[in-house]
Design a protein around this ligand. Structure first.
Ligand SMILES: [Cu+2]
Length: 94
């Protein structure tokens, strides 16, 4: 019983630590293949449906996507994969 309690409190401690470390990040991606006015919408939707993504804004003029995401729920690689699978390969702008 004591061991069970220890396991539970350890689990709670780990969950708490994860919540503290969770960070909202923002990244700018250079997006290829945006040739017409409807492309930015497709790119935006492909990113918006990734779990953990908050705000997405896509600039057709600059060929970029600015994405706010929770780094505990998704990764940069997943964001890039999402646009790439929609037909728009992207990479991070440093
Ligand atoms: Cu288009």
């Amino acid at each position: 019983m004591r061991r069970l309690f220890f396991a539970l409190s350890l689990g709670a401690a780990l969950l708490t630590a994860g919540a503290v470390m969770a960070a909202e990040r923002s990244v700018r991606l250079a997006v290829d293949n945006m040739y017409c006015a409807s492309c930015p919408y497709i790119v935006k939707h492909s990113l918006a449906k990734v779990a953990g993504v908050g705000a997405v804004s896509v600039s057709f003029a600059k060929k970029t996507a600015t994405v706010t995401y929770d780094d505990q729920q998704t990764t940069l690689a997943a964001l890039i994969a999402a646009t790439t699978q929609a037909g728009y390969p992207s990479h991070v702008i440093q």
